[in-house]
Ligand binder design. Structure first.
Ligand code: NAD
Length: 328
């Protein structure tokens, strides 16, 4: 069993890699800009960890890596994140849309049995686009695409449809997650960058200023997302034939409330929260259910309520900075 993770040195990929390596499974991380600073601790696993610099825009590079390493399953995470896509739509579309197609083609041409992909809650709309009876959102509600993320979210809709096509046409087991806003150490980009500001920087004693104070968000800790991908890698293929994409779910709060959790854990944290009255971030929903994962795969999030995940991330941030743990 060798798993190829595209975008594998990113936030979610590195965490998933750590879990696979801990089960003694070989992992290949395929990434355009291999973030050695993030994956350095994984090097203790020696040759079971392979890092290959490559671009999902190239089918040839994907085929080469799949064949050279005897890859048996793929987790496709490489993607350009968030509102950045609006300013570079052509590049974003090539990476996000063509890249996804290339990953599935590489799987088809190489006889890979399972491809998991990261969709997003950006396929939904903001909470107010749904009736109270539809919230928290389950996977079968109408998909409007978050208003502030047309290229990013539109690409995720394509990703879900093309994943279904490859399952139906070629018998590949495909599926994945619709993650809420993922927080975890080292989050510097995308719509979730505010969580890195809030947690990583205050954990090491730096002052921070975050916006969107009154915006409501659904946030999930990276360890839970990695465990959920693991559960999907292990799942019977019939589970994914019944439902292809599962919400990760998350804890619902405002950015200000998240700052309050950090402040409770680190009383001398210097956090300034500002607000221009936004009710959401980029039109993302804040009320998202993880019941399907629990009912259909038996996965219950470990890092909930929010404080549990924040506490874990503060510990990682301190350790990475070579600082002693806080008495949390
Ligand atoms: N972080 C979140 O809040 C969140 C929420 C919902 C969905 N997701 C999805 O989860 C996936 C992983 O997110 P993440 O938070 O780990 O992101 P990340 O930015 O930390 O990691 C993405 C990785 O992809 C790599 N990459 C970018 N373009 C590439 C290319 N052309 N070829 C190869 N690699 C390339 C980047 O170098 C980076 O290491 C993405 O598909 C993202 O859309 C993330």
């Amino acid at each position: 069993m060798t798993t190829l993770i595209t975008g594998g040195t990113g936030l979610i990929g590195a965490c998933l890699a750590e879990k696979l390596l801990s089960r003694d499974e070989p992992v290949v991380l395929f990434d355009l800009a291999a973030a050695e600073w993030r994956i350095a601790p994984l090097r203790v696993h020696g040759d079971r960890l392979q890092v290959v610099r490559g671009d999902v825009q190239s089918l040839v590079e994907l085929l080469d890596v799949v064949r050279a390493h005897g890859v048996t399953s793929i987790v496709h995470l490489a993607y350009l994140l968030g509102v950045e896509c609006n300013t570079i739509p052509e590049r974003a579309t090539r990476i996000n849309v063509l890249g996804t197609l290339n990953v599935l083609e590489a799987a088809r041409l190489s006889g890979i049995e399972r491809v998991l992909l990261a969709s997003s809650i950006a396929v939904y709309g903001a909470d107010e686009q749904y009736s109270p009876a539809q919230r928290p959102l389950r996977e079968d509600v109408p998909l409007h695409v978050a208003s502030g993320l047309p290229i990013y979210g539109g690409g995720k809709l394509f990703l879900e449809h093309v994943a279904a096509t490859y399952a139906e046409q070629y018998g590949i087991t495909t599926g994945g997650l619709r993650p809420s806003i993922v927080y975890g150490w080292g989050r510097e980009r995308g719509t979730s960058a505010f969580t890195g500001e809030l947690i990583d920087r205050t954990a090491v004693g730096e002052p921070v200023r975050v916006g969107f104070g009154d915006a409501r968000v659904s946030v999930v800790y990276v360890e839970d997302v990695a465990e959920q991908f693991l559960a999907l890698l292990d799942a019977d293929r019939r589970v994914l034939a019944r439902r292809r994409f599962f919400n990760t779910g998350g804890d619902t709060c405002t950015v200000r409330e998240m700052a309050g959790v950090v402040k409770r854990l680190i009383p001398d944290a210097r956090i300034e929260v500002t607000s221009a009255g936004e009710r959401d971030i980029a039109g993302l929903p804040a009320s998202v259910s993880d019941r399907s994962l629990e009912e259909e795969l038996g996965y219950k999030r470990t890092f909930t309520p929010l404080e549990a995940g924040v506490r874990a991330q503060v510990a990682v941030a301190r350790a990475r900075a070579g600082l002693p743990p806080l008495p949390l």
